[in-house]
Ligand binder design. Structure first.
Ligand code: LMR
Length: 332
């Protein structure tokens, strides 16, 4: 037998094996779920819950590999990786969709737009939330769910009580134009920076401060390099759990159904723990004793609100008057 003939036979045998192979032989289907926060945060725990349920509900046909703490990608890179199919699932903060060309999500960053969690959940679980997720489809992304984190505190090395305390402070922000406008309105100097770089930037004085949820502050040890925190609840951090659309659409229907079910249950879990996780983290920050924690007074809140009112008009053309109105009427 000539080498060529042997090779031909081997090739056709392999081709036969491939066509004869039942779909199950190509499994497990692997979902790489990349995120930037610590495993012991609401998002980190939600991702682990999704992994557990997805693997259980699909009887092991799907494996979910969770990569926390920017292990695979930083903020901006992870969205690019999702679009290219290098990872299949992410849960970026709603403040990070601007660079993708979907600035509408920045409505969630408007200062004081949500009076409380109930108002927020009305938006994410209703038509407005669905309409916003639909805007991701043309980008090759399917939005599956909203996951809660919580309301933000402000941190710095000097007290941040009244608007004038922000003057000249270099504040790290997520890549949101609304957050940029917010800090500019307060006279601060906003600086976009990936989440994984914040601790070191604080430690070395590249930035003076930032805003984040207690859970993110505590799990990244930011409280060790920030002398002051103000519990202002002026803004919100939440997530859109998203997948690569081509990957999702290409899944066998029965697998996708079970993954949808796992996502519904994991979302319920993530959203049910967020508030307590943040309360516990705030307490842990207080207990650590490295940061002086100040509860914003009603007078201070009034003063911040007055200073920040201009952000709405300024950002109207970016987010869309209609989106702002829809959110406002859903929260009334
Ligand atoms: C941040 O970058 O500050 C946060 O959005 C990180 C996160 O995913 O919670």
């Amino acid at each position: 037998m000539t080498l060529t003939r042997r090779m031909l036979m081997a090739t056709s045998a392999a081709a036969f094996a491939l066509t004869a192979m039942p779909l199950r032989a190509q499994e497990p289907i692997v979902i790489k779920f990349s995120h930037v926060v610590a495993p012991e945060t609401p998002k980190g725990k939600g991702a682990e819950k999704f992994k557990q349920l997805a693997e259980e509900y699909t009887d092991g046909r799907v494996t979910v590999d969770v990569y926390p703490n920017s292990q695979l990608y930083k903020d901006k890179e992870e969205l690019e990786a999702l679009q290219m199919g290098a990872v299949q699932m992410l849960a970026p903060s709603l403040a990070k969709f601007g660079p993708l060309g979907v600035g509408d999500f920045e409505v969630f960053d408007l200062p004081y737009i949500f009076p409380d969690r109930t108002a927020l959940q009305k938006v994410t679980s209703g038509e407005v939330g669905d309409a916003l997720l639909a805007k991701l489809e043309p980008k090759g992304i399917t939005g599956l769910a909203y996951w809660d984190n919580g309301f933000k505190i402000m941190t710095a090395n000097s007290p941040l009580r009244m608007p004038e305390d922000f003057l000249g402070q270099k504040m790290r922000i997520q890549s949101s134009k609304v957050l940029e406008a917010q800090f500019q309105a307060l006279g601060a100097v906003p600086q976009v920076m990936a989440f994984s770089e914040v601790y070191q930037a604080m430690q070395t004085g590249v930035v003076d401060g930032s805003e984040n949820t207690p859970s993110n502050v505590y799990t990244q040890k930011m409280h060790e390099v920030q002398k002051h925190a103000t519990v202002s609840n002026h803004g919100y951090i939440g997530y859109a759990v998203i997948v690569n659309k081509a990957f999702w659409d290409g899944l066998p229907d029965d697998v996708r159904e079970q993954l949808d079910r796992a996502m519904v249950d994991a979302s319920e879990y993530a959203n049910s723990i967020a508030q307590d996780e943040n309360a516990a983290a705030l307490q842990a920050i207080r207990d650590a004793g490295t940061t002086e924690v100040h509860e914003q007074t009603p007078e201070e809140r009034e003063a911040w609100m007055a200073e920040l009112e201009s952000v709405y008009a300024e950002m109207e053309s970016r987010i869309g008057k209609e989106t702002i109105e829809m959110v406002r009427s859903a929260t009334r």
